[in-house]
Design a protein around this ligand. Structure first.
Ligand code: CTP
Length: 404
């Protein structure tokens, strides 16, 4: 309940992401904040005043609200009685009004009649986002002190893919917590995460790879960052956007991944979620290998790749205090995970079933078992994001409350 006593005035403008604002209200209230909402006419096309009122347990202030009604609440008081104004979604239209100082509806009037800090969570189509007018408006608002969270990159409601997606609710909550100066349980700690597959070249155009999407590793990096950690994510080739607030180092091969992870030391926590290729081609061809009529296909001579997890776990003085590995198995999950724990010298193995029937590779859900030398904890099927959030909390607890 660390947002207890904090008063947030949430302005919900007319964008498809308005539905996420309902979850934002819920999450902020779970943390103890009081949330009052102003709903624009456009916002009310996407979420109903009733839903907003039910979740906030407050009256909703929309354009039907009369400044002369019996509770005497004015646009000035709405802002005065808040510690922070959050605009989510912040549409191109509302930001333009704010930049120009227009006050032609309740939301724009409240925002103009306020000297309180404002956090914007922009949300719009990518062309609207990248338009010089929007960027100029945002620059104006930021020059006046507005704070910004997001937008992220990804699938947009309009069917296009790119920048403009409203920040995830958890990121908006984390930005609000940072605004209030609330340290997360991992504040001041450094963490390293490996993610994705590695590509091992056969020749300049061909490579050996695996089916890892990087979803789980990227979600873990994001979850650790949300708890306040300073995170370096060393990622093999993936199609995922960089998690906001995380330092991302992109690599291709296992050898490059090892080099990048060692350069990120010292860290207190290392989570190796990458599906590192165990082998690489001993002598990749410098030129593209050509097929020649009548000549049998070439054989590949492989050699072992360095084991990044084992190297980190055996790094002596530079060893992270907590070294976590993943075990991707298709059978005898726990037995293999236990053996891996010992063989690699790490503190914890997160074992997951990657048999084709499980749908884990490339999918959005995961069933994991946390294997330590003395215990096995099995978690139910969860989204990869939920696994990441739970794991980050678990690791934060393991690292203990003492200051770094
Ligand atoms: N790992 C690593 N470097 C490697 C291989 C694996 O850091 N060269 C890490 C992975 O990131 C993961 C853990 O080791 O955290 C387990 O990987 P996995 O491929 O399941 O284990 P293997 O050692 O390859 O064991 P097996 O051959 O039994 O699958």
């Amino acid at each position: 309940m660390h947002l207890s006593g904090r008063r947030i005035l949430l302005v919900i403008a007319g964008g498809i992401a308005a539905y996420k604002s309902l979850d934002l209200i819920r999450r902020l209230r779970e943390k103890g904040a009081t949330v009052r909402c102003v709903l624009t006419r456009g916002g009310a096309q996407f979420v109903t005043p009733l839903a907003v009122a039910a979740l906030s347990e407050e009256r909703v202030y929309d354009d039907l609200f009369s400044l002369t009604d019996d509770n005497g609440m004015s646009h000035i008081r709405l802002s005065r009685e808040a510690d922070l104004l959050v605009v989510a979604p912040a549409t191109a239209d509302l930001m333009a009004k704010m930049a120009a100082g227009l006050a032609d509806d309740l939301a724009s009037t409240v925002l103009l009649a306020s000297d309180k800090p404002i956090l914007l969570a922009p949300s719009m189509n990518l062309l609207m986002w990248s338009h010089p007018a929007t960027q100029a408006n945002l620059a104006t608002l930021k020059a006046r002190g507005a704070l910004q969270v997001g937008p992220g990159t990804g699938d947009l409601a309009c069917g296009e893919v790119g920048d403009g997606r409203m920040a995830d609710v958890a990121d908006i909550v984390a930005a609000i917590e940072r605004f209030f100066g609330l340290p997360g349980p991992l504040s001041g700690r450094k963490a390293l995460v490996t993610s994705g597959p590695t590509h091992e070249p056969i020749d300049p155009v061909r490579f050996i790879a695996n089916r890892s999407s990087g979803k789980q590793g990227h979600a873990i990096a994001q979850a650790l960052q949300r708890l306040g950690a300073e995170v370096t994510l060393v990622s093999g080739p993936v199609t995922l956007p960089d998690p906001p607030g995380v330092t991302v180092v992109r690599v291709e091969t296992a050898a490059q991944m090892l080099e990048a992870t060692l350069s990120a030391l010292p860290v207190e926590l290392a989570v190796c979620a990458a599906a590192v290729a165990d082998w690489r081609v001993a002598a990749p061809a410098v030129e593209k290998r050509k097929k020649v009529e009548g000549v049998p296909p070439p054989s590949l001579v492989l050699e072992a790749n360095p084991d990044i997890l084992a190297t980190l776990a055996a790094a002596g003085e530079r060893r992270p205090r907590l070294v976590v590995g993943f075990a991707a198995e298709t059978e005898r999950l726990i037995d293999h995970a236990r053996a891996k724990l010992t063989r690699k010298g790490c503190d914890l193995i997160v074992a997951n079933d990657v048999s084709p029937a499980s749908g884990t590779f490339g999918g959005d859900a995961n069933t994991v078992h946390l294997v330590t030398p003395d215990q096995v904890r099995s978690w139910p099927l969860m989204s990869k994001t939920a696994v990441a959030e739970q794991l980050a909390l678990f690791l934060a607890e393991r690292l203990g409350a003492e200051s770094p």
